[in-house]
Every structure is written in C-alpha cells, then in structure tokens.
Design a protein around this ligand. Structure first.
Ligand SMILES: [Zn+2]
Length: 484
C-alpha cells in the first residue's frame, strides 16, 4: 500500500512538473511594465500595429497583382550569436563543437520556418492550409566581423557568475563589456556588433525566476517611436535562454534538458522571438484573457489570425488535426468559417516547439515590410539586408572563384553526388549534408583536395542542403535527392 502511495506521489510530481513547463516570452510583462511607467506607450503600440498592417496589406495586394517580387530579392540577414555563460553550461552544451552545432541548426530552423519549408507543416489542418505562408526572409551566420576578419558567427565569453538578472532592461549587463559614464567599469557581457548590419542574439542564463525563454528589443522600442529613445547603448536584438537556442543535438550535446528544455529544444524560441524582432505581436493580443472588443481588450493587429482570448500551452496539434480548438473570443457576431479554431499552431502563440507550424500571409507580409521599402518608406530593419558581404568571405579571398570552381553534380541526384573543386582560392575543409529539419545526415572532415564522392542512396527522396565549409567561408547549396 505504501509503495503504491509513493508511486502516485512520484507520478503526480512528474505530471505537475511537465504540465508546469510552458513557454513564456518576456514581451507581455515588458510592455505592461513600460505602460505603467508611461501610459502613452499603449496608444503608440496600437498605432504601430495599424501602420504595420497597412504595409502588410500593400505588399499582399502587390503580390496578388503579380507586381511584387521584392521577397525574392531579399538577401539573408547576418546573425551573430554572443554566448555569455559559465563553464558548467559551456560544458553542458558540448563545448565549442556543441555551440557551433546549435548555431548552425538555429539558422537552419529559421530559414525553414520563415520560408514555409518546415516538414512538420504536414500537421497543419485543412482549414489552415491556405494560411501557411512564406516570408522569403533568410538568415545566415555572419562570416565577416566588424574589422573584415573571418568569424564563425558566434563568440563565447565564459563568466564566473551563473547568469543575469534584469528582464526590465532586457538583461543589459549581458550586452556590454563595459558600463558606466565613459564606459569605464567592466561588465561581464559581450558588446553588440553594429545593430544596423547584424542581428545580434545573446544566449545567457536568466536568474530572475520569470521562466522566460527569450525577450526581444525591436526597433519599435528604440528608434521607431516606441518612446523616442535612440538606443545609444546598442542593445537591439534578441536574448535567448542558453538552453533553448538552436536544436539540441544528442551526438555532440551533453546537456540533458529538464523542465522547459524538454519542450523547447527544436529552435523555435528564436523563430518566435524573430517574429517580435519584426514587430509581430502575440496572437491573443497580450491582454490577459480579454477579447479585442471587450473594454481594455487588444488584438494582434493581424486580420488573418482570428480573435483569441489567451495563450495556448503544450502541444494541441492532435486536436486541431481532428477538429478545432475554440475559445471565448473566436466567434464574434457570426460563426468564423475562415479558420479551424484559434491560431494555436502559429509561431506567435505559446505552444511547444512541436506544436507551432506557421506564420500567416499577413504576418509574413508584415515582417517583410520591416526589411523592404513599401510605398516609398524604408522598413525599419532594411539596413540588415544590405550587407550580404558579411555572410561571405573576408577581403582577400575570391568568393567568385570559389563559386565558379565548386561543382556539385548530378543535382537532382539518385544517391551519388560528386563534388569537384579545383582551385586554391580557399581550402575546402568539410562537407556536410543537412535535411530540412536541420539534422546533419552526413559529415566528412577529411575531404580530398579535388574530388569527393558521396553515396546517399539509403536516404529518402527529399530536398537537402549540401554545405561546403572552407577555411574562410561557407557555401550552402540546395540538393534534390531522387532515390527510386
Ligand atoms: Zn513572445
């Protein structure tokens, strides 16, 4: 009897533990905190939503009439990861190799999610299929630093403390190596790289017990009228909890996540935070549990996400596949026939990484408006897409020659792939093949100088990415496998 009792106690504890693990992003609390400080901010946030929606509608109209080709011309945004953690966490991530894998997989996840290439989109129910949209925005690890030197796209600083406090100032200490008047006193952080050229991401441990996975400081809060602050401190960017950035890759990663990590180890915390970086709001409007038409209620400002009362936790995919999930706000006046329930499968809700699958067309267009020119007005993040050179090779290496001399064939391939590379422009160190989920399915670090052959006849017919890592830079090409 006692044993049975003990069993139930353990079971109950485990269930409570897992049920309690839910996504939390810092934006709602931050907005509330700032509105308390300055009530006028609430109006400016709503005005910003209207402006963003107008721009999104312009883009969608142009696309409908076949005029808008701008997304195809958008180049990737250079991303730099600043990892600021203690030795224990560095080791838990698998050291430098594990961190590199996390950075690589994070970029793969972003490119997949922002371009409607996520394989788990198969779980999107019928009523939502037409709302599965691609933004056309791409991301890449920065390969050139501020001084024109080669960089792997991440930097690591090992600190003696176990983490940072300060969600109300977006963990400012982690974003600086010096602080104070004249920046004289030392700070444990890593400085932002030029925020007009790089998307800065800090990966740190949060100490303040908020249970956050990430928090984002977008241009709205700095130069675009949030409160007129001109961001003198270069703090724009995304802060992620150290164990939810990138995908957890067991082969190199010693960290066995518990609690939040178990549900957020597919790299989608950054997909969600990037949505905020491009000014998207949460689908329920960050108003607690109110409907948009209630007193004090708010909407996300996006027309093709239905009204929603509050956030969704866990992974309700199985339910939306077989039916709908509705809430108190979904029906307003007439029955909403456009959707299958609330947008709990949207990247801007709080579901687990495995439960979120899409951005809607208007959300995608709203984000695109941040990196393009709409009606003669430049998007607030447009400078980020104007430095493709930062993704390529440092000066002195002929990227053109590398591109010209690197030959990958046949493509499509029936399982045999030849890679020919006949130049000394840069040394080829490693060849890897990555699937659409960001998993590395093949790796060779002992490549021959001129000719390499890879056999992939056991892999399924699908699109893959073949990645050639040179001494100074990386070339990623799409590879179509057509195994019979
Ligand atoms: Zn959020």
């Amino acid at each position: 009897m006692k044993k049975i009792f003990l069993f139930y106690i353990i079971l109950f504890t485990l269930i409570s533990f897992f049920v309690n693990a839910q996504r939390k992003c810092g934006l709602p609390d931050y907005i509330e905190y700032k509105i308390n400080e300055e009530p006028e901010l609430a109006t400016r946030i709503e005005q910003n939503k209207i402006k963003l929606k107008e721009k999104a509608e312009n883009i969608l109209e142009e696309r409908k009439s076949g005029k808008n080709e701008r997304t195809s011309s958008i180049t990737a945004i250079p991303v730099i990861f600043h990892i600021v953690i203690d030795t224990l966490k560095y080791n838990q991530l698998g050291g430098d190799a594990g961190i590199k894998q996390r950075c690589d997989s994070q970029i793969a996840v972003l490119n997949r999610d922002f371009n409607a290439q996520n394989a788990d989109s198969i779980a999107i129910p019928f009523g939502w299929k037409s709302l599965f949209a691609s933004s056309g925005i791409h991301f890449g690890l920065a390969h050139t630093d501020l001084n024109g030197n080669s960089t792997p796209g991440y930097e690591v600083r090992i600190i003696s403390s176990i983490g940072f406090n300060g969600w109300t100032n977006h963990y400012s200490d982690a974003k600086h190596s010096t602080l104070g008047t004249g920046a004289t006193s030392l700070s444990p952080g890593l400085d932002a790289w030029d925020v007009t050229k790089y998307l800065n991401v800090w990966c740190i441990n949060f100490l303040d017990g908020m249970g956050l996975g990430g928090i984002t400081l977008s241009k709205f809060f700095t130069v675009s009228g949030g409160w007129g602050w001109t961001n003198p401190d270069n703090e724009e960017g995304i802060v992620l909890k150290w164990n939810v950035f990138g995908k957890r890759v067991l082969s190199t990663d010693n960290y066995t996540p518990t609690g939040t990590g178990t549900f957020f180890d597919e790299g989608r915390t950054m997909t969600h935070e990037c949505g905020h970086f491009f000014e998207l709001s949460h689908v329920w409007g960050d108003d607690g549990t109110l409907c948009p038409w209630s007193s004090g209620g708010r909407d996300d400002g996006i027309d093709d996400t239905p009204p929603q009362s509050t956030h969704t936790s866990g992974n309700p995919s199985y339910t939306i596949t077989s039916g709908t999930i509705n809430d108190a706000c979904q029906y307003y006046g007439t029955v909403d026939t456009q959707h299958y329930g609330i947008a709990c499968l949207d990247f801007m809700d709080y579901t687990d990484d495995t439960g979120m699958h899409l951005f809607t067309p208007q959300q995608a267009a709203a984000m695109v408006s941040c990196v393009t020119t709409v009606a003669g007005v430049d998007g607030e993040n447009i400078t980020l897409v104007q430095h493709p050179n930062l993704l390529g090779w440092p000066s002195g290496v002929s990227k053109i020659e590398v591109d010209r001399e690197l030959k990958i064939f046949p493509n499509p391939s029936n399982g045999l792939i030849n890679i020919v590379y006949n130049t000394n422009a840069d040394k080829l160190n490693k060849i890897s093949i990555i699937d659409v989920l960001g998993n590395e399915i093949y790796e060779n670090s002992n490549v021959f100088k001129n000719f390499n052959t890879i056999y992939l006849s056991n892999f399924t017919t699908e699109i893959y990415f073949i990645k050639c890592e040179f001494e100074k830079g990386i070339v990623v090409s799409r590879l179509i496998l057509n195994n019979k």
